[in-house]
Ligand binder design. Structure first.
Ligand SMILES: Cc1cc2nc3c(=O)[nH]c(=O)nc-3n(C[C@H](O)[C@H](O)[C@H](O)COP(=O)(O)OP(=O)(O)OC[C@H]3O[C@@H](n4cnc5c(N)ncnc54)[C@H](O)[C@@H]3O)c2cc1C
Ligand SMILES: NC(=O)c1ccc[n+]([C@@H]2O[C@H](COP(=O)([O-])OP(=O)(O)OC[C@H]3O[C@@H](n4cnc5c(N)ncnc54)[C@H](O)[C@@H]3O)[C@@H](O)[C@H]2O)c1
Length: 465
């Protein structure tokens, strides 16, 4: 058995903890890899944020003929060369993952990289399955950054159907003619946009009457309306069975208006992600889990086991890379300064959905404000009512703000439309640093006629007392 100063389980956000300040620590990094190559570096780099956004940007470019047509520009899309797009994207990502792995494995004498599946066998003690047999390792401190994996619903026939998840679908051999996307959250919205823009006939199957139901209802409704123009939406549907028949996969659906069967060449399952905590024998290591199956942590990212921290998707209620990165920085500090620990809470958590159109959000939705009994006012500003939105001939985007009527303190911001993920950032800043709506609107210049005038006008529309 080998003993270390520090074991990091997971090479995604956990890998970013190690810098030159750990040069004299004896460290083990354990990782079993993600995706079809078993890549080093975790979800975001290999099968998450980075490849999806490289595909989404390509999809946005593929949508130029439609955008041009609104403006009197006649563009022709002659096709999307899938192998070229796919190989460009992974031709950039794979070498980064491989270089990251080589760096840890070969260039850092104080670091030992163990590429295998790990589970706890005791307090700060783990067994790792390596190709030439299991090894047991222990440490004075352990960081669990083991992430999450796609959830697979218990649908009869699914396991035999040759379905994809976000782990595999971005490396398809060829573009199918048709694809069924099961689910209506982040992954479904982003990847349906990608494949539909590349010419695939996409059918989205959702359990309820709208897509992206976690968003403010006005945003979710607008997105659903717009999505129905490009994708075949099967809302309020339950999948009761899946069958593969050669090249074709068939889904049997049940809903209020009866049974239906739909078919396609490929099926993408995107119904959420589950924490990998259940695969770690966490309780054997003294780690308690939450009722949602994540590793329980306190505000210092400490678990219930002495000397064990956790971060990212394995323990967080937010499955977002900026949250995992922030928590990794907190753990890093707390490892280096155990007597001056800092907290990870207290930040507002924004998110964006990179679909078409983009969506971005921070703070409470109107439904949450109402159910929590908050005193609030709201305002909506259309892109069509500001100069740049006008220039773009945008007719469907808007920003919606919620604020306290007396103080002007912002409670929530929700944007659907071009560059929503960028436009939200000044509102995140205002909420985080307590800038009220009036001061934000009138205490600075807003470049004319730039897109942030959307925010300026929405702020000015808030009916504050
Ligand atoms: C398709 C997709 C798109 C996304 N897009 C975005 C986005 O645009 N913006 C955003 O903020 N977030 C996005 N996310 C979410 C983001 O990727 C995650 O929140 C983030 O990567 C989590 O990082 P992590 O370090 O917690 O886990 P990971 O990066 O998943 O790292 C965990 C590592 O632990 C390893 N591991 C797990 N269990 C074991 C074990 N028992 N033994 C050994 N090793 C193990 C895994 O192999 C993995 O390498 C996306 C996710 C997906 C799936
Ligand atoms: N841009 C981003 O930041 C980004 C992009 C992709 C993923 N992510 C992260 O990854 C997480 C996972 O993404 P996701 O889209 O898989 O999950 P999600 O939680 O966003 O959405 C899951 C969807 O699946 C539906 N669903 C659940 N069970 C179902 C069933 N049995 N049949 C049909 N539908 C079912 C839900 O109603 C929901 O619409 C996200 O929550 C997000 O935190 C972030």
């Amino acid at each position: 058995m080998s003993h270390f100063d520090l074991i990091i389980l997971g090479s995604g956000s956990g890998n970013s903890i190690l810098d030159e300040r750990f040069a004299d620590w004896k460290v083990a990094i354990i990782d079993k890899g993600v995706g079809s190559r078993g890549s080093f570096g975790g979800t975001c780099l290999n099968v998450g944020c980075i490849p999806t956004k490289m595909f989404v940007h390509t999809a946005d470019v593929a949508g130029s003929p439609e955008a041009g047509a609104r403006l009197g520009v006649d563009l022709e899309r002659r096709g999307v060369d899938w192998p070229a797009v796919r190989d460009r994207i992974f031709g950039r990502i794979d070498p980064i993952a491989d270089a990251g792995e080589r760096f840890r494995a070969e260039e850092q004498p104080n670091v030992r990289l163990l590429r295998g599946n790990a589970r706890f066998t005791g307090l700060r003690k783990l067994s790792v399955e390596l190709p030439d047999g299991d090894v047991t390792v222990s440490a004075d401190r352990v960081v669990v950054a083991a992430g999450s994996r796609p959830r697979l619903p218990p649908i009869p026939g699914l396991a035999e159907s040759g379905f994809h998840t976000s782990d595999s679908v971005m490396r398809l051999e060829r573009l199918p003619e048709r694809m069924i996307v099961l689910g209506s959250g982040f992954v479904a919205a982003e990847l349906a946009h990608v494949f539909a823009s590349f010419g695939v006939a996409v059918t989205v199957v959702a359990r309820f009457g709208a897509l992206l139901r976690g968003e403010d209802a006005a945003i979710s409704q607008r997105f659903t309306e717009l999505a129905s123009r490009h994708w075949d939406l099967r809302l309020n549907r339950k999948v009761v069975g899946v069958e593969r028949d050669g090249e074709v996969v068939r889904l049997r659906l049940d809903g209020t208006d009866g049974a239906q069967t739909i078919e396609a060449e490929e099926l993408l399952v995107a119904v959420g992600r589950v924490s990998n905590a259940d695969q770690l024998d966490a309780t054997v290591g003294g780690l308690e889990l939450t009722r949602h199956g994540q590793i329980a942590v306190d505000a210092h990212q400490k678990t219930t086991a002495e000397g064990v921290w956790a971060l990212g998707d394995v323990s967080s209620e937010h499955q977002l890379k900026h949250v995992a990165n922030h928590e990794a920085r907190i753990v890093q500090h707390n490892l280096l300064h155990p007597h001056e620990p800092i907290r990870s809470d207290g930040l507002v958590v924004p998110h964006a959905v990179f679909s078409s159109p983009q969506i971005a959000s921070v703070g409470v939705t109107e439904e949450q404000a109402r159910s929590r009994g908050l005193d609030y006012v709201s305002a909506v500003q259309d892109y069509a009512g500001i100069a740049y939105g006008w220039a773009m001939e945008d007719t469907t985007g808007f920003a919606k703000l919620l604020a306290e009527p007396d103080t002007g303190r912002l409670l929530g911001a929700h944007i659907i439309g071009p560059q929503a993920a960028t436009l939200i950032q000044p509102l995140v800043q205002a909420m985080q640093f307590g800038l009220d709506a009036r001061t934000m609107a009138r205490g600075q210049y807003w470049i004319h006629p730039a897109m942030p005038e959307l925010i300026e006008n929405a702020l000015l529309k808030l009916p504050l007392r």
